[in-house]
Design a protein around this ligand. Structure first.
Ligand SMILES: Cc1ncc(COP(=O)(O)O)c(C=O)c1O
Length: 362
C-alpha cells in the first residue's frame, strides 16, 4: 500500500492521485523536470505523417536518426548510439564496462546505483559539499580517485542540485581518469537547458578522450518522456561495438526512429525553450533568494534545489501544502546526502511559477 510518507518521483502522478485524491490530469508537475512548452510542433507533424512506419521494422542501424543527432550534437555519425531512453543506455553502458567499483558524485539520480549493483558492482560516493553550494571542488575530488574506481559517473548539470561542471574542469577530470584507466560516464540529460551550453557540453571532448561516454535524452528538453528516445556519444569504437552486441535489435521503436529527428531541427522551438527557461530561472532564483525561509542554490538547469531554513517547515509539509493546491514538487528527503530540509522544483510557465511561489512563500 502507498502511504503519505511515500517519496514520489516526477513521473509518479498515478501514485499521487491514489494517495492525495487529486486527479492526475489536474496535477501541475513541478517534479518531472520536463520542458513546459510541450512537444515540438515539427515533431507533432512528423509523428502524424509517419504513423505508417509502425508497419515495418525500423532500420537496424537507425542511420537517418543518428545523422540528425550527429548534426544536432555537432559530432560524427559513427560516434552516436541510440537507445530506448537514456535509461536503456545507462544500463547497456554499465554492462559493457562492467565496473567492479564505481564512483558516483552525489546527491544525484538514483538509477546509476541500481544498475551498478544489479550488474554485481559496488557503488561508492563522493559527496558534494553543502558548504560549497554543492559545486564540485575538483582538486579535492581528484584526491578521491586514488581509491581506484574503474568507472566514474557524473551528471552534468546535476540532478537534483542543478550545479554544473565547466568544460575546463571536465577536461582536468578526464585527463586524471585517463591516466588511471577510469571510464567516465557524463549524463547530460539536462545540458541543453544550460546558458551557452555548447561551450560546456562534453560532446566535443569525445574526439580526444576514449574513456568518455556522454549520455543525452530527449525526455526533458524535448518534452517527450513517452517517446523513449535517448542517445549517447563516444569516440570509443570498441565500446560502441560492445554496446551494440548487447542491445536488443530494434530497441527503439519505428515511430520514434522515423519522427524523432524532426524535433532536432525545430530551431524555433529550441530557441523559445532557451528564452523561457533562462528568464524563469533568473526570476525564480531572485524571488526565493529574497525570502530568509529558503536558501536556493544557483540553478544552472531547468530546476532548482532549495534548503528550507525555517523552523517548523519540512519538505514533507511543503509537498503536502503544494499538492493540496494541485502542484507537485519534489520532496528531496530520499536523496542520499540530502534530508527533509530540501525540495526541488522545475521551471514551468510564468503563470504556473507564480502560482507555486505564492503557495510556498506564504
Ligand atoms: C539525470 C537523469 N538521467 C536520466 C534520466 C532518464 O531519462 P530517460 O527518460 O531519457 O530514460 C533522468 C530522468 O529523470 C534523469 O533525471
Amino acid at each position: 500500500m502507498i502511504g503519505k510518507n511515500e517519496h514520489f518521483h516526477g513521473s509518479d502522478v498515478e501514485k499521487v492521485e491514489a494517495v492525495y485524491g487529486v486527479k492526475k490530469e489536474d496535477i501541475i508537475n513541478f517534479s518531472g523536470n520536463v520542458n513546459p512548452l510541450g512537444i515540438s510542433p515539427m515533431l507533432r507533424e512528423a509523428l502524424a505523417a509517419h504513423v505508417d512506419a509502425i508497419a515495418s521494422y525500423p532500420d537496424r542501424e537507425y542511420g537517418s536518426l543518428r545523422k540528425a543527432i550527429a548534426a544536432y550534437g555537432k559530432t560524427e555519425y559513427e560516434n552516436v548510439i541510440v537507445g530506448n531512453g537514456s535509461t536503456e543506455l545507462i544500463s547497456l553502458f554499465i554492462r559493457a564496462v562492467n565496473p567492479g567499483k564505481a564512483l558516483v558524485v552525489a546527491p544525484t539520480y538514483s538509477e546509476y546505483e541500481r544498475e551498478i549493483t544489479l550488474n554485481g558492482g559496488v557503488c561508492h560516493y563522493y559527496a558534494l559539499q553543502e558548504a560549497q553550494e554543492f559545486e564540485l571542488d575538483v582538486e579535492r575530488f581528484l584526491k578521491q580517485l586514488q581509491a581506484g574506481p574503474d568507472l566514474l559517473i557524473l551528471c552534468n548539470p546535476n540532478n537534483p542540485t542543478s550545479s554544473l561542471i565547466s568544460r575546463q574542469d571536465m577536461e582536468t577530470i578526464l585527463t586524471a581518469c585517463r591516466q588511471r584507466d577510469i571510464f567516465v560516464l557524463v549524463d547530460e540529460t539536462y545540458m541543453e537547458f544550460v546558458e551557452n551550453y555548447e561551450d560546456i557540453t562534453a560532446i566535443p571532448l569525445t574526439a580526444y578522450y576514449k574513456n568518455l561516454v556522454v549520455l543525452r535524452g530527449t525526455s526533458k528538453f524535448f518534452a517527450v518522456p513517452g517517446l523513449r528516445l535517448g542517445y549517447a556519444v563516444t569516440g570509443n569504437q570498441t565500446l560502441s561495438k560492445s554496446i551494440h552486441r548487447q542491445q536488443n535489435p530494434w530497441s527503439l521503436h519505428a515511430l520514434a526512429a522515423a519522427a524523432g529527428e524532426a524535433m532536432f531541427q525545430d530551431q524555433e522551438y529550441i530557441h523559445a525553450t532557451h528564452r523561457l527557461i533562462s528568464e524563469e530561472r533568473q526570476r525564480m532564483y531572485r524571488l526565493f533568494s529574497k525570502d530568509s525561509r529558503f536558501h536556493p542554490y544557483l540553478p544552472k538547469a531547468n530546476f532548482m534545489l532549495l534548503r528550507i531554513c525555517a523552523d517548523g517547515l519540512s519538505s514533507e509539509k511543503l509537498f503536502t501544502r503544494a499538492i493540496q493546491q494541485k502542484m507537485m514538487i519534489r520532496d528531496c528527503s530520499d536523496f542520499l546526502f540530502l534530508s527533509k530540509e530540501y525540495i526541488r522544483f522545475c521551471f514551468l510557465s510564468p503563470e504556473k511559477n507564480d502560482r507555486l511561489a505564492n503557495c510556498l512563500l506564504v
